[in-house]
Write a protein that binds this ligand. Structure first.
Ligand SMILES: [Zn+2]
Length: 327
């Protein structure tokens, strides 16, 4: 349900919001970040959307924000990011970004609840059978566990992307692995793919805020199979092999770190191509991986100005959405 007219405000105590028809609602999380912006006059509420998800009620405010122009802390730096399952990400600097705390426990709980659900009598249209109450409860519990896993992971990704775009001028990441996604229906794969998409989307708008650049590698670029030392490409590299061992130059490196380094190297090739120099592309004999496949996204600092338009901007516009949750 979406409200665009009427009273939309955050109470001075920052723990309540006022919405049309629903009145004063208590928030589970403090709305202090939004309230601070509203008080400073750098934000204006355009609309509020109320929805129920994972057994909780959420209210999301669409806000027009005047944002201070920032610049990355290290203006000439590049970082490659490899998103994973066992770790949230591996950076080309060698830094390993661990999964959010409690994520493994939450994922285990989710799998257990999924098994429980499969043992309950669900609805069967052909047998004209309605779902049992126990099935309904198991279903709800699984839904809650699922959103907890998603929330934990999204929170971790937000912290990571904020850190990356504030520090590095160029961030290189991979495109969504569409081919792998269609073939593999396993849960872990599904979560990782959701991570890819979120990471990319967050990096895109956050690099806009900081005036940085996001480079997305072509989805066919063999970041895992390429040697970051000599550029040799392996024909095959099973997922179970966690260490990259190059038969050409003898490099031995963590699989994900090797991929992250290849991604970081792509940024230089993209820069060379743009400055008109013929880049000697040693890596990627496959034609699909050539520079034409690179999507270099040049970004300017955000220049959203408040109070000029009364309409809700389309997603990806110059204005920014800030979300705050309530239950
Ligand atoms: Zn090598």
């Amino acid at each position: 349900m979406r409200f665009t007219t009427g009273t939309l405000r955050v109470e001075p105590d920052r723990k309540h919001v006022v919405l049309p028809r629903l009145g004063r609602l208590k928030l589970h999380e403090s709305a202090r970040k939004l309230a601070r912006r509203l008080e400073a006059g750098t934000a204006r509420i355009l609309s509020a959307t109320v929805r129920r998800d994972g057994g909780r009620w959420h209210v999301a405010f669409c806000v027009e924000v005047e944002r201070a122009v920032r610049t990355p802390a290290r203006p000439n730096s590049t970082v490659g990011v490899d998103v994973g399952i066992r770790h949230l990400a591996v950076l080309s600097t060698g830094a390993l970004v661990p999964n959010p705390r409690h994520l493994d426990g939450a994922a285990r709980r989710m799998r257990r609840l999924a098994r429980r659900l499969s043992r309950r009598a669900g609805p069967d249209r052909r047998a004209d059978r309605r779902a049992s109450n126990r099935w309904g409860r198991a279903q709800a519990a699984l839904g809650r566990a699922h959103s907890r896993v998603a929330n934990l992971r999204r929170d971790g990704l937000h912290k990571l992307t904020t850190r990356l775009t504030r520090e590095y001028a160029t961030v290189v990441t991979e495109d969504l692995n569409v081919a792998g996604m269609l073939r593999n229906r396993r849960l872990a794969r599904h979560i990782a793919d959701a991570g890819f998409a979120q990471l990319r989307r967050q990096l895109q708008y956050k690099s806009e805020w900081t005036g940085g650049r996001l480079v997305v590698a072509d989805r066919w670029y063999p970041s895992s199979k390429t040697c970051s030392g000599c550029g040799a490409v392996k024909a095959k590299l099973p997922l179970s092999e966690r260490t990259y061992t190059c038969t050409t130059c003898g490099l031995v490196l963590d699989r994900d770190l090797n991929a992250a380094r290849n991604l970081a190297a792509l940024a230089h090739e993209a820069t060379d191509a743009r400055s008109g120099r013929e880049s000697q592309n040693g890596r990627g004999a496959d034609r699909k991986t050539c520079l034409g496949g690179l999507v270099a996204v040049k970004r300017q600092p955000g220049t959203a100005s408040a109070g000029q338009t009364g309409t809700v901007p389309p997603q990806g516009g110059t204005s920014t959405r800030m979300l705050t949750k309530a239950s």
